[in-house]
Ligand binder design. Structure first.
Ligand SMILES: Cc1ncc(COP(=O)(O)O)c(C=O)c1O
Length: 450
């Protein structure tokens, strides 16, 4: 009997025993294609020899030194590497152990920045509905997923949410993408005006919406307008690239494709590729200057900040991506993935949208393509697809609540950057079978409702 409080208590999880390349094996010897990198984590696949060698070498030298006593070569080298390839203006890195911690640190950095520059009246964060920023209380508070927030609502700091940028669900038929972006910009302006611009600390958004919306790219021009509005009001822009960043969309940072740079940016997942828990906040020089000329310290900290083993692993991951020119492979395979998904699902009765960017793509399931109605959430279509996928040796990352936290289902794909065309063909074939089997397993009425 397990003594672990697993994610779902009644579920029996297979025992993961071994990983190599894009494959995982369970303890019975069954092989799975890891087509989602877990949750968009394993960007190099599993067991990469160069990363393992770097981590072994670090372990032989030094496993841990507390950051209130020492800095380490591993952390310094990784920080220098990240700044050298960061969006313009980023000058420093704050290391943590994962995505939620990165968001917590970004929120506190943003608040303290305004205390440092003599604007302590700024207290509001504006975020987007349907976003996911993590499960710690601050991250959950800015997150916009209704289901995740609901039972913890009394514990959450006050935050304010505007509409996400979702062409499939949000753009009206009579609007161009540009007009849609403008409407969203006006909504943000109105929210700022309602709160009082001088009370707003930051606007926070996932550059490409991830787990809860299903790989939702922004429409062209949206983030340029957001950046311009934030600048005009002296509001910080925090980008959450925990899932969509570090190469996943074909450029190191997703915001490069939007032509903007953030004031603070959270990264994690692909930073360490799953070899060790690590996250970071990339910090703009103006924010650092305010701290340096003010109190001189960021009032925060955790025991495992800048863990040398995690930093050595993350640096090795980033070096392999550059050495092997893997972002070019992300872009190349992304086209193949889009093509194969469109062929398999483009005319599928119950797939309303195939979308995404780079090796970060999703299908959205609908009961009816014209009206975009969703399957009854009580049938948990997303969970059925996940188990049908696992039965076929395929790991994908399906989720429910795609539309509003309750309704809608999508399946997210985030294969490793080393994926080949042949791998993608197998992934799409198995996914197609899993989706059809999951829909066939629904009670009769569920397939015709709507
Ligand atoms: C966009 C985004 N932000 C933050 C997080 C939280 O990261 P973690 O689970 O490492 O705490 C996630 C995790 O899925 C995420 O996708």
């Amino acid at each position: 009997m397990t003594r672990i409080l697993h994610r779902t208590i009644a579920h029996t999880y297979p025992m993961a025993a071994r990983g190599e390349g894009i494959y995982l094996w369970d303890a019975t010897g069954k092989q799975y294609i890891d087509a989602s990198g877990g949750a968009a984590v394993s960007c190099l696949g599993h067991g990469h020899p160069d990363v393992l060698a770097a981590m072994h070498a670090q372990l032989d030298k030094l496993a841990y030194a507390h950051t209130s006593f020492f800095t380490t070569e591993a952390a310094e080298d990784l920080a220098s590497d990240l700044v050298a390839h960061a969006p313009s203006g980023i000058s420093h890195v704050y290391f943590v152990s994962g995505g939620s911690e990165a968001i917590e640190a970004a929120l506190k950095l943003a608040r303290q920045y305004f205390v440092e520059i003599g604007e302590p009246e700024r207290r509001n964060f504006i975020a987007r509905k349907q976003s996911y920023h993590g499960n710690t209380l601050g991250a959950l508070a800015v997150g916009g997923n209704a289901w995740r927030r609901k039972q913890f609502a009394p514990l959450l700091i006050d935050t304010h949410h505007v509409s996400p940028c979702s062409e499939y669900r949000g753009k009206r038929a009579d609007e161009t993408p540009r007009q849609y972006a403008e409407r969203l910009a006006q909504e943000l302006e109105a929210k700022i005006a309602q709160l009082g611009a001088k009370t707003v600390i930051a606007f926070i958004a996932e550059t490409v919406g991830g787990a809860t919306g299903g790989c939702v790219p922004p429409v062209e021009g949206y983030f340029k307008r957001v950046r311009e509005i934030c600048d005009r009001h002296g509001i910080l822009l925090i980008l959450d690239e925990v899932m969509c960043g570090m190469g996943r969309t074909g450029t190191l940072h997703a915001c490069e494709q939007e032509g903007i740079a953030p004031d603070l940016m959270a990264i994690a997942k692909g930073l360490g590729g799953g070899f060790a828990p690590i996250g970071a906040v990339l910090v703009r020089n103006t924010v650092i200057d305010a701290f340096a000329h003010g109190s001189g310290l960021f009032q925060h900290g955790h025991t495992y900040l800048g863990h040398p083993l995690a930093c050595a692993g993350a640096l090795a991951v980033q070096k392999v991506i550059r050495r092997d020119n893997l972002l070019a492979n992300v872009r190349r395979q992304s086209e193949h993935l889009t093509r194969r998904l469109s062929e398999r699902f483009g005319n599928h009765h119950h797939v309303g949208d195939v979308r995404g960017r780079g090796l970060f793509q999703a299908i959205e399931l609908v009961l009816d393509r014209t009206s975009k109605t969703t399957f009854d959430p009580k049938h948990k279509l997303h969970a059925r697809i996940k188990s049908q996928g696992m039965a076929r040796g395929l790991m994908v990352y399906p989720m429910g609540g795609t539309v509003d936290g309750v309704h809608g289902d999508h399946v997210l794909l985030a294969p490793p950057f080393i994926v080949t065309e042949g791998n993608i063909d197998s992934i799409v074939e198995r996914l197609g079978d899993a989706v059809d089997a999951a829909i066939a397993s629904l009670p009769g009425a569920a397939k015709t409702r709507g």
